[in-house]
Design a binder for this molecule. Structure first.
Ligand code: NCD
Ligand code: ZN
Length: 346
């Protein structure tokens, strides 16, 4: 049993940092254990222009702790009206690493998202030509489809036709939650990958619903049954380069979670690397943690590996019950629980 771990500094390729006063909490929480992060654009209004992305990036940099070398990587929010020339500008901006497709109505702040994939085909064709990755929130929004089936139906009805039409388009299937998505990803060749959150590795829907309703474990795509969780644990810890780290840390203030209509999203940044290490250790795969957290994502995005390292030590600590957020409070993932791995700041 090793007492410490040293990794090439990890990157988080899917995180929500929000804006305004939220940045006082979120930026430091992510910069604490990630050197780079791909910032999701689902703000209000959405980050759908280069100027908005660059302004947002500057606000993030303005909130960095002193001496932090954290680099925000930006994404653009795809709408039905995104012009094709924006893709050329994004590619030459060097700050924008991807374009995010939210099916309209699929999740938090997605109403400005894409209503039908046909409407954005010219934009996707240009992205394929310029090799700018598409990030997919992979769920259908048809209310007739059961919430637990929305990812699997998306694979058949949206993703597979898109792959056939544009096989060269680089795609990240974000925050996968099902055995079907794992199998789909494993069957792909070329620039195709999937991110996996730590909460989908740690929990299944029993934790959300089986012993009282746990609003702080409610996220989208929703936690699935145990066999899907097992498939995700197997994929993440296997060393397969098509799977890499994206926390989908998505903060919402306590009152908006503990509500008659609670928001979807789990704030995992304050415990992310500690819990990924726990999962990899439980699976006997700590030797694959660095590849998942620090190399596979950089390889996909054609970025250099980080030159510095992050150390974790075995040093039990208790996660705070809550943290200050937006003048109220936020409940982090694993609140009040004891974790065995700790970031070594010595
Ligand atoms: C995210 C959010 O709150 O912005 N929520 C979530 O449950 N994951 C949006 C998203 O990534 O779906
Ligand atoms: Zn997300």
């Amino acid at each position: 049993m090793s007492a410490s771990l040293t990794l090439i500094y990890p990157d988080d390729f899917h995180v929500h940092l929000r804006d305004g006063l939220a940045l006082n909490t979120t930026v430091a929480a992510t910069a604490r254990c990630f050197k780079r992060a791909l910032i999701m654009p689902n703000l209000l209004p959405a980050i759908s222009s280069i100027a908005a992305a660059l302004d947002y990036r500057q606000r993030l940099l303005d909130h960095l702790p002193a001496n932090s070398e954290f680099q925000p990587l930006m994404s653009l929010y795809l709408t039905d009206d995104t012009p094709v020339h924006l893709i050329d500008q994004a590619k030459t901006s060097h700050c924008i690493k991807a374009v995010k497709l939210y099916p309209s109505g699929a999740t938090t702040n997605s109403h400005a998202g894409v209503t039908a994939i046909e409407k954005v085909m010219p934009v996707l064709e240009r992205m394929a030509e310029l090799q700018l990755p598409l990030l997919l929130h992979g769920e259908v929004t048809d209310p007739a489809v059961d919430v637990f089936d929305r990812e699997a139906v998306f694979l058949d009805n949206v993703l597979e036709p898109l792959r056939r039409a544009l096989p060269e388009l680089p795609i990240v299937l974000e925050h996968i939650t099902t055995l079907e998505a794992v199998d789909y990803c494993r069957a792909q060749t070329g620039r195709f990958a999937a991110t996996i959150t730590v909460h989908h590795l740690l929990y299944n829907r029993n934790a959300l619903l089986g012993n009282g309703l746990r609003p702080h474990l409610f996220c989208l795509p929703i936690l699935k049954r145990q066999r899907h969780q097992q498939a995700l644990r197997c994929a993440a810890t296997s060393g397969d380069p098509r799977f890499f780290l994206g926390t989908d840390s998505a903060p919402h203030e306590l009152r908006t979670k503990e509500s008659a209509c609670g928001c979807a999203g789990i704030f995992s940044a304050p415990v992310a690397m500690e819990l990924y290490a726990q999962v990899f250790e439980e699976e006997g795969a700590l030797h694959h943690l660095e590849a998942f957290a620090s190399r596979h994502g950089a390889d996909f995005y054609q970025l250099p590996y980080n030159s510095s390292t992050l150390a974790l030590k075995r040093d039990p600590w208790i996660v705070p019950d809550s943290l200050p957020y937006l003048g109220g409070q936020i409940i982090p993932l694993a609140a009040g629980q004891q974790l065995s791995w700790k970031i070594n700041n010595d």
